[in-house]
Write a protein that binds this ligand. Sequence first.
Ligand code: NAI
Length: 441
Amino acid sequence: MADRYVGFAATGPGRFLTRRLGLPQPVALRRWSAEQPSLDGELLHLTAGKSALEGPGGLAEVLGGAGLTVGVDSERPVAVVLDATGVTGVDTLAEVHAALHPVVRSVADSGRVIVLGAPLDPADHHQAAAQQALEGFTRSLGKEIGRGRTVTLLRLADAGAAESTLRFLLSPKSAYVSGQVIEIGGGAEVTAPADWALPLAGRTALVTGAARGIGEAVAATLARDGARVLCLDVPGAAAELDAVAGRLGGTALALDITSPDAGARILEALPSDGLDILVHNAGITRDRRLANMAAQRWSSVLDVNLASVLRTTDALLAAGGLRTGGRIVATASIAGIAGNAGQTNYAASKAGVAGLVRALAPRAASGHGVTVNAVAPGFIETKMTAAVPLFIREAGRRMNSLGQGGLPADVAETTAWLAHPASGAVNGQVVRVCGQSLLGA
Ligand code: NAI
């Protein structure tokens, strides 16, 4: 069922009623479309402390490429970037307040506040305290800013390595990503694409669970960005899968990802030059409280959501199926972070995905030149969540800073950013696409 509340809250009576009753006041988010690919407007570039990102190829240059007009005195900015890499103690932290306090109210609806922090210095507890303080600051601002505006903290030491990330965050593609702390650095090689509008040209992507829902949107978004897509789903979904692959000019692979020979079958289906992007999206739920959960419910969820992800990843890496510069994007969930009644099996599998990502990422980067990250969706409007009972569904939709559910496209855009050739320095991250859900915050 579509979310009619967002439309109602935007009407005159809707605004009046929601304000009077203290109800959430979501605004329709600005999302990417071919007609309106950027956030159109001014970007306000502010600094607290002495920036560590100046100089040639530095922050100013990278922001200049993001498609917005950069200024220092915009009255109605669509984005504010606060460079707080020079915050080294509690005194300079006051400059964060001084910079944002006067402008925060003026940020346009569906606008962005991006705080840039430095990596925490374990040898300097004053710097670490001040830099860690930025996390509490951004997460709180995300919860109070409202009007579809998002707040993100990016930790980085080099602006060039963060170009694809800044472009993503400063675009409508990141509409449902808020309250996140993303770390950039290390990882694999960063390669600027020949054409930023078609960053995945010449690359091959495999998306599991691509017949519908989030997986279908991921395949479509990667294809939009130029990738050849291999769409995988269970044989029972072959008709939908063929339709998706056909529409995207891709190839369908009807295969149960839990079958023992899945790795070998995927390797057979790959083009001779191998795979660039592997998206582990297939997933199932079999909810019951633990006391009522038969072993089969436990094992099927663990097998699809976690064991098969481990098996296919291992098989492809061992056989050299993923080319240098490759990307693995797995699918976690906020349930794996916060836990959920009735989902011990599902939350275990999704927390396991986060563990896999963090442990494998450094080794995959040094050994294979491949990055490993995860998206952790919150409440996304799909067939899976449409089946949730009304009141639980409403709670899931509203209990986040944006007061609404996300769309499959939001997860897909985040996946495309992680799959980007210039995102080589984004590694081992679990990025929530949850509108800053109050669950597992
Ligand atoms: P969905 O149920 O609409 O689609 C999942 C797809 O995976 C289906 O096409 C299904 O046939 C396929 N699949 C299931 N088992 C498979 C297997 N053994 N082999 C191959 N394909 C298989 O689900 P949705 O909502 O699109 O979710 C996609 C991913 O996102 C899942 O991993 C899910 O756990 C995760 N997620 C979804 C959230 C949501 O709110 N919809 C929230 C958090 C995570």
